[in-house]
Design a protein around this ligand. Structure first.
Ligand SMILES: Cc1cc2nc3c(=O)[nH]c(=O)nc-3n(C[C@H](O)[C@H](O)[C@H](O)COP(=O)(O)OP(=O)(O)OC[C@H]3O[C@@H](n4cnc5c(N)ncnc54)[C@H](O)[C@@H]3O)c2cc1C
Length: 390
């Protein structure tokens, strides 16, 4: 500690505690050793390897904030952000799998689950069950509560009907958090959250999307056909699902910011290595000042995005307001990640757009950052609302 610093001095955002540093280096090492060699194969197959998913569970990455009494790591939200960043530097598909599990599904259960639901679901989510979060539909994206999926009371259970679209982790999941409207006349106040097991009658995982990027992360349709859901499986209160969705997505998008800074860091690292090694005009291209300028801007924008993401995560952990900071973090990180990934390709020259170099994949993977968990426009609307005092 600097002699003028006191124990009360605020900690720099990028200064990690010993526990955070250990956690970060464990995930970094795992990502480099176990995930990196399989990234290309998984991207080409469009399938995430089961053995790596199993390792996520063994390392505690699927239950970071789940309390130890339920078999989780008892960690904090900031650690989720660190895990997503480290995985995404190697493979943004790996990053989003861990993001959805921790910041959306586990988070919703921990905050709104009854004691019985927590006992029933959290140990599985920490140990071996992938979770999925199903809000979006064909007609309901940015307009998130225009749901056509309906729930109706049928005695001791509810019957769910409809189709969900774009559901991350759907192919691998065992437990689905599904939002349906139980009282359409009440508009968004009819939206209710249900815990749906994969083997419930009337539930089916539909078509898997063939995507531009994050190809190894599954994105599927869900089909609910008079799906029988016991009454005990309503998460939170009937008609309060909109609150669960808004609040979990407010947090989840910080980790999407983290996915984007991880991706940008991966792209910058590849660009730096290539610039040192590639020779033109008899010298490494890293010696050219115009290349140095590009690298310097990439590094600075990445650092700025990281500060926004870390600050939003630390505000959340401190129980302070973070809504605007989360929107800023997600918007900015996804903007700069796209620029960094694009520049990384240019620094590679022609080989940058071939599948022989990893920057081509990162450039494909980056596009989703400006779309899911609220598009860039929706983030800007949130920020503008705050600025205008609306
Ligand atoms: C790979 C992938 C994974 C996903 N995973 C999940 C998941 O796990 N769970 C889940 O529930 N959903 C998931 N989604 C859905 C995702 O959250 C939506 O795609 C996203 O919210 C955008 O909705 P949309 O696609 O319907 O686009 P739209 O809402 O139709 O938007 C189209 C365009 O119109 C703009 N627009 C819309 N409304 C406004 C407005 N009011 N002002 C200004 N511009 C506006 C948007 O910014 C966008 O540019 C996923 C999507 C993808 C592609």
């Amino acid at each position: 500690m600097h002699p003028t610093a006191s124990v009360d001095s605020p900690r720099p955002l990028t200064a990690l505690s010993e526990e955070e540093r250990f956690f970060q280096s464990t995930v970094r090492q795992f990502a480099r050793q176990e995930v990196a060699p399989r990234v290309r194969e998984m991207d080409e197959a469009g399938v995430f390897r089961k053995d790596i998913l199993k390792q996520f569970f063994q390392l505690g990455l699927m239950g970071i904030e789940i309390p130890e009494e339920f078999g989780g790591q008892g960690g904090n939200f900031f650690q989720c952000v660190l895990a997503v960043e480290e995985l995404s530097a190697v493979d943004p598909s790996a990053g989003v799998i861990v993001d959805v599990q921790n910041t959306l599904v586990n988070n919703a259960l921990m905050r709104w689950g009854s004691a019985e639901q927590k006992r029933r679901c959290l140990p599985r989510l920490a140990a071996d069950t992938v979770g999925a979060y199903a809000l979006s539909e064909a007609g309901s994206g940015s307009d998130a509560f225009a749901l056509a999926t309906r729930a109706r009371d049928s005695g001791d259970h509810f019957l769910l009907d409809g189709r969900k679209l774009w559901i991350t982790n759907a192919a691998e999941a065992g437990l689905y958090l599904i939002f349906a409207n139980i009282n359409p006349e009440a508009g968004y106040r009819g939206v209710t959250a249900f815990l749906v097991e994969r083997d419930f009658p009337g539930f089916q995982v539909g078509k898997k999307e063939d995507k531009l990027g994050i190809r190894a992360s599954s994105t599927c349709e869900l089909i609910l056909n008079d799906c029988r859901v016991p009454k005990d499986n309503v998460l939170g209160e009937i008609g309060k699902g909109y609150k669960i969705a808004i609040e979990t997505l407010n947090e989840g998008r910080i980790a999407i910011g983290s996915q984007m800074i991880g991706l940008a860091r991966g792209a910058l690292d590849h660009a730096l290595a290539y610039a040192r090694e590639r020779k033109q005009f008899g010298t490494a291209i890293a010696e050219f000042q115009m290349v140095q300028r590009d690298l310097a801007i990439m590094g600075t924008e990445l650092e700025a995005a990281r500060l926004l993401v870390y600050n939003a995560a630390r505000l959340r952990d401190a129980g302070m307001p973070f809504l605007t900071q989360a929107a800023m973090a997600k918007w900015f990180a996804s903007e700069i990640a796209e620029k960094v990934a694009s520049k990384a390709i240019e620094i590679h020259g022609g080989v940058g757009i071939t599948r022989d170099y990893p920057v081509e994949k990162l450039y494909r993977d980056v596009k989703i950052g400006r779309i899911y968990e609220g598009t860039s426009n929706m983030q800007l609307l949130t920020i503008a609302k705050k600025l205008l005092g609306k």
